[in-house]
Each structure stands twice: as structure tokens, then as C-alpha cells.
Design a binder for this molecule. Structure first.
Ligand code: BGC
Length: 748
């Protein structure tokens, strides 16, 4: 029987008419775009909020969403408007089948439908669902197309469980790998996070579901406990430059490129003001600068002050009885502390988004979860997960003249495989609101037995290292699978495998002991994010599979045996030691002192920090090995304007098997006067599958943002006149091609 391991905070938790599964050229099965429009056509016969009465001018589908919302707002009473500002469901957060995480009741008199909301980033959280690969694993694919496929599956299940909005994706930057929700985000780089987020949002919204990017903004830690750096009360002190360059760009991309329908404001305070009433975040950056037209809702009970929230840009308080209680809002209107125009604006934003996503022109959402194509979705999980698995180390084994790399494994060489470790018969996932109660799952043990036959796999749970080493020594090859424990609401105390585990297995010691007994030992990490790997030079092969989703065992087996190339690349740096972390050594930086956390490292987050400090790392951002080899050549960078360019280069597979290359483009910018600048910043990448002997020409466009920094003096993006270095790298630490180019009137 399959088993799933979850962390402390567990919350209990398609070939269908509208979604067609297709296999695209890359071999990845995706849920094809079921546009809201075709969905509407398919159910045209059914009753929609707009199919009945005449005399409802907002039902005219030839009008824009904004115009329709305007007409509807004009027809509403004050009480009806105020009723739309607050949620109506207290118990859905428990995640039971047939419920919704949140509900906002409609207005039957006017045919305004009820809106249903569900978590989350790893799948729909209400009863059983497909457990998708963790978002960090998805980020490791470095592929917005794969992100789109992931989002489309989640969107399909969200709809079939009767929801209209999904509380996802989580796009907070990983400032420290001890952060409890590291597994739930897209890693340490703002550009990668924005690209993956955009793909995911397009996928989920292609299913007619309104996406909800969270948690806006600077919600980068859960805290060591509620009182020490806890997310509910902590005040994040961060410069505007770091916000604009590191913590906000993924949100900006979600709005301007992904056209996300809604945003969830976060628990913490940002520079003294709670996020859900933060004028800078909500009114200025989001709505004014990026032109966001959708609506902002609260994280659960994150609203604090109704006056500031109403005036500064919070549209919907989804948890009922909290700050947008109708009696409270009506009293504030009566006292003049809030204007009618503000209330109208919030209602307009909610309704125009509902119009835009077809909610008035299709039947009210209902639960049709029995129509979910579980088998097809399970296959997509394995396909996506296989793309995110990262090969970190692969040394030679064997006697001279017959030396080969340990991976990929070959069936014919294995009489007995020892499968060892506390996570070898588990599918790990993270705790909290993105925990999924999976339909079913395939652990590494299940999948290896299916591949080799049960009699060729010897399993040991690793609880006794000496015993496990003896089992490994007797086998031809050992695979040791170890994981960590991560959850929403509390951070890990250390960035280690053992931190926060409920058992007493010393995973680091287990690895060292087994690897000493069996040279053909492959270590596999099933972790939520980066961990310390003090034993890494003692093992010949090391693979990171992340929290892999319900079919992770199948994906891992395919990579170990070379059916597919390990195409994943690290979306976050693996440090050498805890003391090297950007947040180490200063409690004001982390976890905070007196509920204030100071982001003193500014823009030097992730690899920017390790580069800036000239620190060695265990495995750098962007790193991952292939089973084949690539050559990079002919970099040309052409300026297309004073502040934009296009880069072209060639990638050739010079090995003997098909493989995945992920060339990354980093820009080294001149430092602005009086300010620091990162050594390099990711500004482009491409995932390529190339046959042996074949070449691909890659073209990457670089707009002016690729060369800009946030100038506080100008209160705007600015391009320093000067010489810029453009590196093509196989990781942040391995440039294979370099060019220099002057921008904005500068010289090289
Ligand atoms: C989490 C959100 C989640 C919400 C509803 C909160 O605690 O921070 O991410 O969507 O709960 O479950």
C-alpha cells in the first residue's frame, strides 16, 4: 500500500466533456485549453445567470466586462454591494469533500452568482484530488510550458469540484530555505518565478478558473514560532529597491503578462503597514503602476483595519465576520470614514472579473468531481515531475577500462537493488493549506518493484544505519532516499534533512554509512527545498526529486534508468553551510527581533548573495547535469535600441543520447552610483530537448527591464549608461559564453 508522509500541520484535507488530453510534440500530456468561451458554448442549453430575464443590460455580452460591471453596480442597493465585500464560509478551510475553502454568496435578485474558492498550488484541497508535483519542483523544469500544463490540470479539477477561483500560485521569493513554505513557491529568483507563474496562471485560467497569486507581498517566512518572527504579526523592513527588484517582479509579471484575475494580500506588515491595508502595495504598485484590474482578497483573517483596507485597496475579505462585516462597513459609510465611491470600486472590481471569466454566461458552478480523469492526470504528474528532477552528481564507477558513470542504471546490470531510507516508500508533500489528499500514489518502492520485479528489490527503511549498510553491500546497487519536513505556519530550525523530523533517523549518518559500504550508491533527496549536503563528496550519484506529487515514484524510476534525461535545474542555491545563508548570523535579519525583520541584504538574495559575498556553494542556482554533453557557441548580442537587445547562440548535443539543455542568460550590470549591484542576474533561459549530433539556435530578447535597476531617486526603473556583461551559463556559476555591450549611451 502506498503511504504518504505529511508534516505537522496537515489539514484534512478527467476524458471529460470540456477538457481534452493531448500529447504535444514534447511528449508532455497536457489538458488542452478549454476556453471559457467554448465551455459556455457546450453548456449553452443550461440555465446561466444571464439566460433568464430581459431588462438586465449587464447581460449584453457584446459589452466589455467593465461596462457590464458598471451597469450592474448601478442597479444594486447599498446593502447588496456591501454584502459582496465579505466572505460567507467559515468551515470550508477544513478541506472536506463537497465543501469549498471559501464562498462569497451572490445576489439572487440580480442573478449575481455565488463565487466558490479553493486552495491551492499543489491541487484542489477539498476531499480527494490529484497531488501535483510541488511548485519548487515545477520551477526546476525552467519551463513555462510545463507550468502551463500543471496549472491546466489544477484548473480542471478546481472547476470540476465546483469552484471559480483557486488560491494559487504562491510566488513569494525564497529568502531563506528554512522558510516553511519553500516547497510551495518558485525559488529564489524573481525572473524565473515570474516566468513560471505566468505559465501556471495561463494554464489555470485556460480552464475558466480565476487565478489568485499569493501572498502579496514579502511573506517570506512563517517564523520559528508564532511569537518569534511569526507571519501573522511580523513587520518586514525592506527597501523599495529590494521590493521592486526581488520581491515584487513575479507579482508584476503575474499581472502584466499572466493577466491574473485576483491577488491575495498577505499576513505580515511591510514597512510598518499590514499588507492588506498597505497603500504602497495595493494602491500604488499593484493597481496604479501595473494597471491591475482584478480584485484583491485577504489571506485568512489577514485583514486588520477596515478603514485603511477599504481606503487603500482591499476589495474582498474572504473570511467571514472579519473586517468587512456588513454592519461595520455600513457604519463606516454612515460616519463618512469611507466613501460610497470606494465601496463601488471594490464591488466593480469583483464583478468585472466575474464577467471577464464568463461567470454570468455559464451555469453556476457545481461539483462534478466524478468526471475528473484521474488516470490521465496521474500520467501528467509523472511527466511533469520527471522534467523537474535534478541530477546533482554522477561520478564514474567500475574498474579501469570499464568505468562508466553510475547513472543511468541499466536493468541488465542489476540482480538486486537495495532501496533504503525513511522516505523510500513515501511520497512527501508539504504541510498546511497546500496539502493534498491524493487519489492514489506511487512511491519509489512501488515504482522500482514494478520496473525490476519485486524479487530484485530489497527494501530497508534505514532506521538502523549499520543494518542498512549490510543490505546495501550485498546488493549490486543501492538507492538511498531521504527527505525533510516542511510546513506552512512554522519554519525549519535548520536547513538540514533532520530538522523538524518526528522520527530519530539520522539521515546524514545513514547516507555516509551506506555509501561507505556500497560504492554504487545513488542518493535521492525528496526535500521541499535546498538542504545541507555535508556528505556530498562521499557519494557517487546524487539526485534531487523535491516533493514530487502522487506519481513521483514513476518519474524517479524513469530518470534513474535513463528513459528520460534529468532535465531539472536548481531554482535555488544549495549552500555549503548554514552560516552562509543570506539570513544567517543576525537575528534582526532572521527570524527578527521584537517582531521586526530587517532585510539588510537588500537585493542580494539567493545566488546574488553568494556571488556578492564570494562564497563557495554546494550546488549553484541553475545547476543540473544531463546524461549527455552540450557545446555552446556563436554568441551574438545585437542592440535593438539604447536599452534593449537580442541575444543569439547555438547549443549542440555532442554526446550520444538525446538530452535536455537549459542555457541561462545572466546580465552583469554596472553599479548605480552609490549603490551595490549583483554580480549577475538571470534575464532569460530556454529549455531544449536536443538529439545527439543536432544543434539548436536560441534567441533571447532582452527588453529594457533586463538592464534596469530601481532608482529610488528617480522613483522609477533606470538604465545606468555603461558596459554590460552578458553571460550564457549552464548555471549561475558556469558561464560558457560571454559578450560585452554598451547600453544607454555608455562605453565598453
Ligand atoms: C494560507 C493561504 C491559504 C488560506 C486558506 C492561509 O493560512 O496562508 O495560502 O490559501 O489559508 O486555506
Amino acid at each position: 500500500m502506498a503511504r504518504s508522509a505529511r508534516s505537522q500541520l496537515k489539514r484534512p484535507g478527467l476524458a471529460a466533456a470540456l477538457a481534452v488530453l493531448a500529447v504535444v510534440a514534447t511528449g508532455l500530456a497536457v489538458v488542452t485549453a478549454t476556453s471559457p468561451v467554448s465551455a459556455v458554448a457546450a453548456v449553452a442549453a443550461a440555465k446561466t445567470p444571464c439566460s433568464a430575464p430581459a431588462g438586465r443590460p449587464w447581460c449584453n455580452t457584446s459589452l466589455s466586462a467593465d461596462r457590464r460591471a458598471e451597469l450592474l453596480v448601478a442597479a444594486m442597493t447599498l446593502e447588496e454591494k456591501v454584502s459582496l465585500l465579505g466572505g460567507d464560509d467559515l468551515v470550508g478551510v477544513a478541506g472536506q469533500e463537497g465543501t469549498h475553502t471559501g464562498t462569497s454568496n451572490g445576489v439572487p435578485r440580480l442573478g449575481i452568482p455565488t463565487v466558490y474558492f479553493s486552495d491551492g498550488p499543489v491541487g484542489v484541497r477539498q476531499g480527494k484530488a490529484t497531488g501535483m508535483p510541488s511548485p519548487l519542483s515545477l520551477a526546476a523544469t525552467f519551463d513555462p510550458r510545463t507550468a502551463r500544463a500543471h496549472g491546466a490540470v489544477v484548473g480542471d479539477e478546481v472547476r470540476r469540484k465546483g469552484n471559480d477561483v483557486v488560491f494559487a500560485p504562491t510566488i513569494n521569493i525564497m529568502r531563506t530555505p528554512v522558510a516553511g513554505r519553500t516547497f510551495e513557491g518558485f525559488g529564489e529568483d524573481p525572473y524565473l518565478s515570474g516566468q513560471v507563474a505566468t505559465g501556471w496562471i495561463r494554464g489555470v485560467q485556460s480552464q475558466g478558473v480565476i487565478g489568485n497569486v499569493k501572498h502579496y507581498a514579502a511573506n517570506n517566512q512563517e517564523g520559528q514560532n508564532v511569537a518569534v518572527g511569526g507571519r501573522l504579526t511580523v513587520d518586514v523592513r525592506v527597501s523599495e529597491r529590494a521590493l521592486r527588484e526581488i520581491y515584487l517582479p513575479a507579482f508584476e509579471a503575474a499581472v502584466t503578462k499572466g493577466h491574473v484575475g485576483s491577488v491575495m494580500c498577505a499576513y505580515p506588515r511591510v514597512n510598518g503597514q499590514f499588507a492588506c491595508e498597505n497603500k504602497f502595495l495595493l494602491s500604488e504598485a499593484l493597481k496604479q503602476d501595473w494597471g491591475f484590474k482584478g480584485f484583491v482578497l485577504t489571506d485568512y483573517a489577514a485583514g486588520k483595519n477596515p478603514i485603511d483596507s477599504l481606503n487603500n485597496g482591499l476589495d474582498l475579505d474572504i473570511f467571514p465576520g472579519a473586517i468587512y462585516n456588513p454592519a461595520v462597513v455600513l457604519a463606516l459609510l454612515a460616519s463618512g470614514e469611507v466613501t460610497q465611491a470606494k465601496v463601488d470600486e471594490h464591488v466593480h472590481r469583483i464583478l468585472r472579473t466575474m464577467f471577464e471569466f464568463g461567470m454570468f454566461d455559464r451555469p453556476q458552478s457545481t461539483d462534478r468531481h466524478t468526471t475528473i480523469d484521474k488516470v490521465a492526470h496521474n500520467k501528467v504528474v509523472a511527466d511533469i515531475e520527471a522534467r523537474g528532477i535534478v541530477l546533482l552528481r554522477n561520478k564514474h564507477v567500475g574498474v579501469p577500462r570499464h568505468r562508466t558513470r553510475l547513472l543511468p542504471l541499466h536493468d541488465k546490470d542489476i540482480r538486486t537493488l537495495a532501496l533504503i531510507g525513511p522516505e523510500a516508500n513515501k511520497i512527501k508533500d508539504g504541510g498546511g493549506s497546500s496539502t493534498i489528499d491524493e487519489f492514489y500514489f506511487t512511491t519509489p518502492l512501488d515504482a522500482l518493484k514494478a520496473r525490476l520485479g519485486a524479487d530484485r528489490v530489497v527494501f530497508d527503511d534505514g532506521s538502523d544505519a549499520a543494518r542498512a549498510a549490510a543490505v546495501a553491500a550485498k546488493a549490486d546497487t543501492a538507492v538511498v532516499i531521504v527527505g525533510d519536513s516542511m510546513t506552512e505556519a512554522v519554519d525549519k530550525l535548520e536547513p538540514t534533512l533532520n530538522s523538524g523530523q518526528t522520527d530519530v533517523v539520522d539521515r546524514d549518518a545513514l547516507i555516509t554509512t551506506v555509501a561507505a559500504a556500497q560504492p554504487r550508491t545513488v542518493v535521492v533527496l525528496q526535500t521541499g527545498g535546498p538542504v545541507l549536503t555535508p556528505w556530498r563528496k562521499k557519494v557517487r550519484a546524487l539526485v534531487e526529486m523535491w516533493y514530487p506529487g502522487q506519481n513521483g515514484g514513476t518519474a524517479l524510476t524513469r530518470v534513474l534508468f535513463g528513459d528520460v534525461d534529468p532535465g531539472g535545474r536548481l531554482p535555488a542555491t544549495f549552500p555549503r553551510k548554514a552560516g552562509d545563508l543570506p539570513t544567517a548570523g543576525d537575528p534582526e535579519k532572521y527570524p527578527g527581533v521584537a517582531e521586526t525583520v530587517r532585510y539588510k541584504e537588500g537585493v542580494m538574495v539567493g545566488y546574488r548573495w553568494y556571488d556578492h559575498q564570494r562564497l563557495g556553494v554546494a550546488f549553484p542556482f541553475g545547476f543540473g547535469r544531463s546524461y549527455t554533453r552540450f557545446r555552446y557557441s556563436r554568441l551574438e548580442v545585437d542592440r535593438t535600441s539604447r536599452t534593449s537587445a537580442v541575444a543569439r547562440f547555438v547549443v549542440t548535443n555532442v554526446g550520444t543520447r538525446r538530452g535536455t539543455a537549459v542555457p541561462q542568460l545572466y546580465v552583469g550590470m554596472p553599479a548605480p552610483r552609490g549603490e551595490q549591484q549583483a554580480v549577475r542576474q538571470l534575464k532569460g533561459f530556454k529549455r531544449l530537448s536536443i538529439a545527439p549530433g543536432r544543434s539548436r539556435t536560441v534567441k533571447i530578447r532582452l527588453d529594457s527591464r533586463a538592464f534596469s535597476y530601481w532608482s529610488s531617486a528617480a522613483d522609477d526603473w533606470s538604465v545606468v549608461p555603461g558596459c554590460y556583461r552578458i553571460d550564457i551559463g549552464t548555471s549561475s556559476r558556469n558561464a560558457v559564453l560571454t559578450s560585452r555591450k554598451a547600453f544607454n549611451g555608455g562605453h565598453c
